[in-house]
Structure formats: C-alpha cells, structure tokens
Design a protein around this ligand. Sequence first.
Ligand code: SF4
Ligand code: SF4
Length: 349
Amino acid sequence: MNTLIQLDISGHAGRAIPKLDKPFKLTICVTQTCNMNCQLCYADCGSAKKPELTEKQWKNFIDELVREGFLHVFFEGGEPFQRPDFEEILAYCGRRLYIAIRTHATLIDAEKARRLKGLGVGRLYVDLFSPEPRVQDELTGTSGSYDAAMAGIRHARAAGLKVTLLAILSRWNHQHLQRYMELAQALDCDQVGILRLYPLGRARQRWSEHSIALNEMSEALVALRVPRGIQLMQSWHPRDGNCCWQNAAVAPDGTSIGCPYLRESVDYGSVLEVPFLETWRHPLYQTLRAQEVEDACPDCAATQGTSGGCRATAYAFHGRWSAPDPYCPHTNHGVDLRALPQRLLRPDP
Ligand code: SF4
Ligand code: SF4
C-alpha cells in the first residue's frame, strides 16, 4: 500500500507538498515499436532504437511492483499491441494490478477486446488526433487508420471496456473539438482527454506547422460544450497540475524516467540494475517531486494543490527544471509556443 509519508510546507508560497514513499501509478512504456508513423508522435516511435526488455524481464519487474505494494500500472508504447507477447505480460499482472493501456486501437478486433476484458484491463486510452478521417490518416501517415481506430473502439466498448479518447491539441483539431466530443459520445466513450503537444520526438520536426498559440488553445477550450455523459480532462489553466510528485515511468529499455514526457531529459537508473525504488530516490527525481519552481499560477495551485505546471514542458522551453510552465497564461511570460528554442530543433537535443 502506498503511504503519504509527509506533508512538507516548504513549497512554493508555503504550500503543502505531498511526499509519497512510492508513486501512485507507474507507466510501463513497453515498446518503442509502432505500426504507424505519426507526425505528432512524442516518442519517435516506429522501430526500437535500443534493445527492449524481454517478456521475462518485464515479468520480473511486475513481480517487483507487486512485492512493493503497487496497485496501478499504465501501459503505453509505442503501440503496446505491436509486441507479440503483450497479452502474456498483461496476463502476468493477473488482477494483481489495475491495468490501463494507451493505444491507437487499430490492432484491436472483437476477440482481442473480449480477451482484454477477461484479463481485467480497466480502461483503454485511445489516441485519436482528429474527428476527420482524412486528417487522422494524414497525421498517422497510415491510410485507413481512422476507420481501423473506429472499429477497435467499437470492439472495445462492445466487450465492456471503458474507453477514454485522447486528443493532442494542435493546428489540426483546435477548431474541431466540438465534433471530437460528439464523436466520443457517439462511440459511447465516457472520457475525453485533451493533451498538449509536447516538443518531443517527431512532434519537434515540423513544430511550426503543428503548433498553435496559447490564446488559440485557450479559446478552443473555453468554447467547448462538454456533452452529457462525458468527463473532460485537460491540463491548462485552471487545471494545470504538476503531477511529477506522484508519477513514475519506465522506458522500453528499462530506464526509470519519471514520466513518459521526460524520456529525452532524465535517466534515474535502470530497473535491470537496481530496484525501482532506488531510482525513485535519485536526486533529480526528488527535486522535481519537491516542486521547487520559480513561478506558479495561484489558481492552479488552488485547484490542483500543486505548483508550477508541467516540468517536461517548462524544461523543454527554458532548459531549467525550476522554470515556469509556458502553457499557463499566468506563467507564460511572453513565450511564443509556436517557436521552439534552437536546441530543440537539432535532431538530438
Ligand atoms: S503517436 Fe502513437 S500511434 Fe503514432 S507513431 Fe507514436 S506511438 Fe505510434
Ligand atoms: S513531466 Fe509533466 S506530465 Fe510528466 S509527471 Fe511531470 S508534470 Fe506530469
């Protein structure tokens, strides 16, 4: 069981910072392989760039998580279903851990959906860039990907799996968010997550084509009318949380990275070499969890109980871990989100 070990009031503006003895949730980035080639992919997925953990190694890691009292594991990739042994790994979780999966859903047929339900999968988070088939196929670089995703989602719902649709807010969908919500409702999804476009992976390559200004993001979100039965999740003011304090992630090669969006910036050690909780105590990991930030939005602190917004985004734009998150209008300070710093435009920052 996770334990809240301390409330430290030394944080920004004397606010209480929760301290955990281990994270609530851990993301396993189970592979970097993917059958799509999305322009917005923040992990540059396609082929594996480094050797990935084997089925046996992931199973050993799952045993470690269960031993340590973890309750919740979130799988993502790449595309997790691209791994032939993925269902074996899920089965090994064996109802010992709550399971959620991020996927593009195009590899889910009726039989697989029923198997996933039988394996105890709690929820699918399905990436869908646009409610427009043509735009989706263009952004994924894969003809027919929209129709395949629709089929996968319908199979999942028919099998009784809960589905959250995930939209990365970009030039290509900010004027179609209402239709996106209506599509989610028509597909019988109960949640929509609107995610920011992170300046990572392939998303950096044509950043100025994909990105929009902060005011365009705010306008799109403010105009949105959330249909009955849909819960909206988003991470802009006034819900711009800094979730570093409770997050954990392990990359396909076993590197502990804190969060999938930090994969280019941190290395807390390999779970093949040290116990996961030793990586949790890495000095930089502790610093990010402490929320020592230069500036924070008071409204977001009030609604989220955390300070400074997303550390991955702040670091990407400013190159400092303590920098303010430029995706919040109160802490943007004139940063043009359509223009990336030069160091991010190089192939390997
Ligand atoms: S964004 Fe998702 S579906 Fe697209 S290439 Fe990356 S991992 Fe694959
Ligand atoms: S880097 Fe951003 S998304 Fe990731 S855990 Fe930290 S605040 Fe949350």
